[in-house]
Design a protein around this ligand. Sequence first.
Ligand code: BTN
Length: 275
Amino acid sequence: MNFIHFPVIDSTNSEALRRLAACTEKEQIRAMNKSVITAKSQTAGRGRMGRIFYSPEETGIYFTAIYAPDKIIENPAVLTAAAAVAVCRGIENFYKTDAKIKWVNDVYVNQRKVSGILTEGHLNKNGKIDAAVVGIGINITTKDFPEEIRGRAGSILSAPQCHSANACVSFPRCGETDKELSAGQKSGFQELVENICLNLFNFYENESEYKTALKEYKDRSFIIGHTVQVIPVIGRNETAYSAKVTGIDDEARLLVQTEDGENRALSSGEISIKL
Ligand code: BTN
């Protein structure tokens, strides 16, 4: 893995896409595989469906992993699903607290969204996805969220179980700042990003690991069996509807049954659920 760090940037996803766009040869794209762009803060952090991702300095982790395999990426949605599992494992490892998933890209701790994932594709000359950028934002101590997300956003260390004696073992270690680190010493920030990226690339590169991740994705999904509001993708001529979640299939599609009894498999869109 190759880490490229910025103290502040507009968006680590935008930077990753700019770097891919600057490549003129296939080999250059391929050489960017497993590069990870990290930032201490983002001035224009982006979320799904055109939303902003609130990314203030020193309170969260913002990074983008570039996946540029030898073959075309047929289904980027599965990359998001596997990334969500890698994030959950990282959070559980470092903060000793349960992490759950809300399809498709949200990670929840204590019934609050603490992390989101935005996967975007880079297209080759033939319009096929030859690389994906997987952007991950995690709120560690973030407070004072913008009004529109205040009702559902949260941060890991504001969950009550994380105030126990050794909850603060990683980024930010209690009182940790860059200045306290000696040369060669890794910050908790780096350790957590590395841990997540190790799992993430392992899932992407090994079919059997990917299958394990997908099973874990289903096990960690807290919406199966619940009735949700399905919000179709912006731009499609569909209105929101109520449906019962019956499962998640092997392509990470959400299986729902509408109130009329129609079964649907959703590969994009968003759902909302009352917790
Ligand atoms: C969402 O919740 O809708 C997805 C949020 C993704 C945020 C991350 S932060 C790092 C990367 N850079 C961005 O601009 N977005 C992603």
